[in-house]
Design a protein around this ligand. Structure first.
Ligand SMILES: Cc1cc2nc3c(=O)[nH]c(=O)nc-3n(C[C@H](O)[C@H](O)[C@H](O)COP(=O)(O)OP(=O)(O)OC[C@H]3O[C@@H](n4cnc5c(N)ncnc54)[C@H](O)[C@@H]3O)c2cc1C
Length: 404
């Protein structure tokens, strides 16, 4: 009778928990948003999740799966429809990336970088550039990489040294980029390079196509996570790029790079939400079946409280990410700070959630047979890239201190 009571108690708890975690994920969304959220969750469950461990272990860049995702409109989510994009909002994009990331965080994170690059070309490119590059990128026939970081310039991105010297109708590029996601396997490189004096105003943005003479790649980096996408150095040695491939005017490149990153930060934070979302569910499932001290772990109040804290942090992170996405969409003055806050808060909190979920698995959590460790490994880097979380604090405090 006691067991029967416990079973029904936990059935009720499970239903309530699913209600809280899943319902809140779609709470307040329009019917249309709920619809494509479901499409993304289904794609994650059917096309990504069954392969995520293999992609990680064999370091497979799942090109065909991403092309399938692009058929659903996920290759250019916030790109305008006239060049093949889906024309959705930043909030819609966040909802989609959160859902996809439950199926494979690393692959979704690459897709988020790809989307950011296509948006940069769509927004800052002229008619010819948009028509030349965007359709193939939206369909993911071609893939894109974002090239800002260099061996000597990371957090201080405006100090970059890759030079682009104008010679007639071309630029001659020399220098190298470090840590480029997709590098070597992608077709289109959105490169920030120096055409003028020191500092941000001397930077321009060029689109460099794979196969351009003088463009080469370093060895594939051996990483802790994000193994379903390659990371390589991108090297330019007298690489000749047409002036026609410059996005915007000379000197606008840093501004273009930062505008791309505002959305990128929401996207990467959304990928962290998805990993945390999946990890909370895995932890709950484990607690419900694992027995110690003669009882399931789910009956331990310490672990119950921990689980409650994890779900609370997840929902708080999601609210902030969605608020930032809406602020960016509406071009509010607070948007840059909110994007930084969302990236800082969500990537830190979601890493803690995934790590706590691993802890709840005990020794099993440390085995690669259990998915939770992959979420932990995959989202650790979200605290580092697209501006480290220390840089996010710099942006937030600088804006606070300089506001009138
Ligand atoms: C897997 C992976 C993929 C990546 N993908 C891309 C990509 O696609 N494109 C791209 O351009 N870049 C990419 N990056 C690079 C990433 O954006 C940089 O690693 C990041 O910006 C930090 O630069 P850094 O590594 O040079 O660290 P550094 O700038 O050397 O910083 C080292 C530490 O010091 C801290 N720090 C630095 N300055 C300050 C300060 N003033 N105050 C307080 N703390 C400070 C930093 O926060 C950090 O913790 C990727 C990196 C990784 C690991």
């Amino acid at each position: 009778q006691l067991n029967c009571y416990r079973l029904s108690y936990w059935l009720i708890c499970t239903v309530c928990f699913l209600f809280v975690v899943l319902f809140v994920a779609s709470y307040g969304l329009t019917d249309e948003q709920k619809e494509f959220q479901k499409v993304a969750f289904d794609f994650a469950a059917n096309e990504m999740s069954p392969h995520m461990a293999e992609w990680d272990q064999k370091e497979i860049f799942p090109v065909e799966t991403m092309r399938k995702a692009a058929q659903l409109g996920f290759g250019g989510i916030y790109v305008q429809p006239d060049v093949g994009g889906s024309g959705l909002s930043r909030l819609d994009t966040s909802i989609i990336f959160e859902a996809l990331s439950t199926g494979c965080t690393s692959t979704t994170a690459y897709m988020s970088i790809h989307n950011m690059c296509v948006w940069m070309i769509d927004t800052f490119g002229n008619k010819e550039q948009r028509e030349k590059f965007c359709p193939d990128l939206c369909s993911m026939e071609k893939f894109a990489s974002y090239c800002l970081t260099e061996p000597g310039s990371g957090s201080d991105a405006a100090s970059l040294l890759t030079s682009a010297q104008r010679k007639g109708d071309n630029y001659i590029l020399n220098g190298s980029k470090a840590f480029i996601s997709g590098g070597g396997d992608t077709d289109v490189y959105v490169v920030m390079c120096r055409t003028g004096s020191k500092g941000p105003k001397g930077i321009s943005c060029l689109v460099v196509e794979k196969g351009t003479p003088g463009l080469s790649f370093g060895k594939k980096e051996n990483k802790v996570g994000w193994n379903s996408q390659p990371t390589r150095a991108v090297i330019f040695e007298d690489c000749v790029v047409p002036v026609a491939n410059r996005l915007g005017e000379e000197g606008q490149g840093f501004n273009i790079a930062m505008k791309g990153l505002n959305g990128g930060r929401i996207n990467i934070a959304s990928c962290s939400l998805g990993a945390a979302h999946a990890s909370v569910q895995l932890a709950r499932d484990h607690l419900l079946v694992r027995k110690q001290f003669g009882d399931t772990l789910s009956n331990n109040q310490f672990l119950q409280f921990k689980l409650a804290e994890m779900a609370t942090k997840l929902v708080a992170s999601r609210l902030l990410v969605r608020e930032a996405a809406t602020a960016l969409q509406e071009n509010r003055p607070s948007a840059v700070s909110l994007c930084s806050m969302a990236k800082l808060f969500a990537t830190d909190e979601c890493f803690d959630i995934c790590n706590q979920a691993l802890q709840m698995h005990g020794g099993y959590g440390y085995l690669k047979d259990y998915a939770v460790q992959q979420y932990v490994r995959d989202i650790r880097v979200h605290q580092i890239l697209e501006g480290t979380n220390e840089v996010m604090r710099m942006i937030i405090s600088r804006n606070l201190l300089t506001e009138p």
